[in-house]
Design a protein. Structure first.
Length: 242
């Protein structure tokens, strides 16, 4: 029986790497994008060449009704997901005294609101199907330790940690695991403009992480070997801020 995994924010960066890594390890993939459908279509073709089934859903994770409509329709047509990886998110950095209302609202509504908007429609079908599925959320080192200029982002990512732990307790008796990955500084579009040399001095391993190093952990958490791991926050950060 094929195992479908929905990966939000999978048109680029860490999400793209997670989708491809999971496909290489035998999962069928439901890609998600908000705007960049062309990039998602390129990844779809790449996954299909691996011999896996793949399809694309396009919606805004901050739009509750849109999430519900599209996800429930997909589940009705294709069956429930074995796994969900909540990777999609945004950042709008600013020091707190200068932060605009929309910078706070947009980040919280997308990153933390997206947890509710995406998972609410899909959890009950997972429970009803008794599939003993997997949910992996994506926090950040900013959610664990905070980061100046990122009060909004840190709040949203810390909220995801709390929500993940609580949902894990609720779903444990159903055999559904819920875990959180907290990356540090990972090579991606979001980090390409950061002062690399200065940051690497702060990281005990003296380098940035790679998307593949995050994806491999997500793949493990999807596996049968990880069936007794739930409610955990696992950092991929090279020893930063331990």
């Amino acid at each position: 029986m094929s195992k479908n995994v929905l990966v939000t924010g999978s048109s680029r960066g860490i999400g793209r790497e997670i989708a491809i890594y999971l496909a290489k390890n035998g999962y069928d993939i439901v890609l998600h994008c908000n705007r960049n459908i062309q990039k998602a279509e390129e990844i779809l073709k790449e996954i299909q060449t691996l011999g896996r089934q793949c399809r694309i859903l396009q919606f805004n994770i901050s739009n509750r009704e849109e999430c519900k409509k599209i996800l429930l329709k997909d589940i009705e047509e294709n069956g429930c997901y074995f796994g969900v990886v909540l990777n999609a998110g945004i950042s709008k950095d600013n020091v707190f005294p200068a932060m605009e209302d929309n910078e706070w609202d947009d980040v919280l509504n997308t990153n933390l609101g997206g947890f509710y908007n995406v998972l609410k429609p899909v959890v009950m079908p997972m429970i009803s199907s008794r599939i003993r599925g997997r949910i992996v959320t994506m926090s950040s080192i900013s959610g664990l330790s905070g980061n100046k200029g990122q009060v909004n982002y840190s709040a949203s990512k810390a909220g995801i940690i709390g929500a993940t732990k609580a949902l894990a307790l609720e779903l444990a008796k159903r055999g559904i695991t819920v875990n959180c990955v907290a990356p540090g500084v990972i090579e991606s579009d979001m980090t390409k403009d950061l002062p690399a040399d200065e940051l690497k001095k702060m990281i005990p391993m003296k380098r940035f992480g790679t998307p593949k190093e995050v994806a491999s952990l997500v793949n493990y958490l999807m596996s049968e070997d990880a069936s007794y791991i739930t409610g955990q926050v696992i950092s991929v950060n090279g020893g930063l801020y331990q």
